[in-house]
Unconditional design. Structure first.
Length: 437
């Protein structure tokens, strides 16, 4: 690694603080989504002014290298010129039709071509919506009400999924949310991630009642956790044996850990898949899709109702199409792998060098480290991390111009805009911060 001189100044965040103070009187917790409030790392959140490529600028004029990428969509880099230009063009024709639009066909075809399990797709407006709808579809298709999810996996904020969920729920240490009826979550069965025996037991205890299993094929919502060898294959077999459905929630991993998502990477094909984040290119989009016989149950082709005023709108479709076009260029995933490997390997090496027990890894453009000697196979392992060390690490990095997800329980994201120089700057900052922990 090259030697880099970092200028560390105490971060001036006066304007951020003013805006956030005002926001707290206007919106619950001052934010539109909980993790943004920095509660788990302490300190004040940074208020952004603009984003471009691998960088963000706050309202006080500070620049940061960004590893959040608006939680995933910015895989080509923020505000990519091609995406913005096609948006400007389409914008002139109007923002929403509430009627069929040819752009939906283009994005649908791209998604169907890319994702092995998807033969037909329905567009919605968020990952939450996609997961909510897929759950209804699982129940409609099988005529069974129960579902298995894994501890620490996040599938959006629909009632039935707010049981041992990850992401903001993990970050804030909320058990289950008030307002979620017991009668609803009584149909949600949970197992530890990577534990096939627990899944088998649930099927044995609930014969003929389980519609299927939903999971993040690579977890990003309780930190970065990978499936053990044979775990995804095992789930495929167990669900088949029980006439239940296997659903990959690829809202985060879709088009991120491979163009065809985790199912391409691990060669395990689920029955249904949810998508979001990247396929919207930074605009609100979600999607669910899968086997044609199952998707044919969705209204108006079939009886399972699901609808959306803004679903499939031309702006969101355009941002998605452009983003996938950019990702489809040869060499993109090799580039993402190279950059992310440099970062993840570098951080793990620095952990050793500075005597901080950390573990972690990466796949393609997704990475994570735990302040925990590891290995981390599930959410219980993840929770053993040293959260106070993580908070200090997070703050130290922020002060050195590196923006990391403000929680130990979130994965990190790289993009095609991150350069080796960005990574080396990040590692130089990490070396200083870890040495002082
Ligand atoms: C982000 C995410 C969701 C929820 O998507 P929203 O667009 O935030 O509603 C669901 N599942 C996974 C795996 C996610 O990462």
């Amino acid at each position: 690694m090259k030697e880099i001189n970092l200028v560390v100044t105490t971060l001036n965040t006066t304007k951020s603080e003013e805006i956030f103070a005002a926001a707290q009187k206007l919106m619950p917790g001052g934010v539109s989504s909980p993790v943004r409030a920095f509660k788990s790392v302490g300190g004040q959140p940074i208020v952004f002014d603009r984003v471009k490529g691998a960088y963000i600028w706050d309202v006080d004029g500070n620049q940061y290298i960004d590893y959040v990428g608006t939680w995933g969509p910015a895989i080509c880099g923020h505000a990519h010129r091609d995406v913005l230009n096609s948006l400007k063009e389409v914008l002139e024709k109007g923002t929403s039709f509430g009627a069929p639009c040819a752009l939906e066909n283009i994005l649908a075809e791209m998604v169907i071509d890319a994702v092995p399990s998807i033969e037909m797709v329905r567009f919605v407006n968020s990952g939450t919506e996609a997961c909510m709808a897929v759950l209804r579809l699982m129940r409609a298709f099988t005529g069974r009400d129960k579902v298995i999810k894994f501890e620490g996996c996040y599938h959006g904020h629909a009632d039935m999924f707010l049981v041992k969920a990850g992401s903001g729920v993990a970050t804030l240490g909320l058990p289950d949310s008030p307002g979620v009826p017991k009668s609803v979550t009584s149909n949600t069965l949970t197992a530890p991630y990577n534990d096939l025996e627990a899944v088998k037991q649930l099927f044995a205890d609930n014969p003929g009642q389980i519609s299927g299993v939903i999971l993040e094929p690579v977890v990003g919502n309780s930190g970065f956790i990978t499936p053990d060898a044979g775990f995804l294959e095992g789930l495929r077999m167990i669900t088949k044996d029980n006439d239940a459905l296997l659903v990959f929630d690829e809202v985060m991993t879709g088009f991120r850990i491979a163009y065809g998502g985790a199912q391409e990477k691990f060669q395990v094909t689920p029955d249904l898949t949810t998508l979001g984040k990247i396929i919207g290119g930074g605009l609100p989009v979600g999607a669910y899709g899968g086997r044609e016989d199952i998707m044919s149950m969705v209204a108006p082709a079939g009886p399972m109702y699901q609808a959306g005023t803004l679903s499939g709108n031309p702006l969101a479709m355009t941002a998605g199409i452009k983003t996938l076009e950019l990702l489809k260029e040869p060499g993109t995933y090799e580039q993402l792998d190279k950059i992310t490997k440099r970062l993840a390997d570098g951080l793990l090496e620095l952990g050793k060098e500075t005597g901080n027990p950390i573990c972690g890894g990466y796949i393609s453009a997704m990475f994570g480290i735990f302040f925990n000697k590891g290995p981390v196979h599930d959410y219980d392992d993840a929770k053993k991390s040293d959260l106070s060390k993580f908070s200090k690490f997070h703050r130290g990095m922020l002060e050195r111009g590196i923006y990391l997800a403000p929680s130990q329980f979130e994965a990190g994201f790289t993009s095609l805009a991150h350069t080796e120089e960005d990574i080396d700057k990040t590692l130089a900052a990490a070396k200083e911060v870890m040495s002082g922990l």
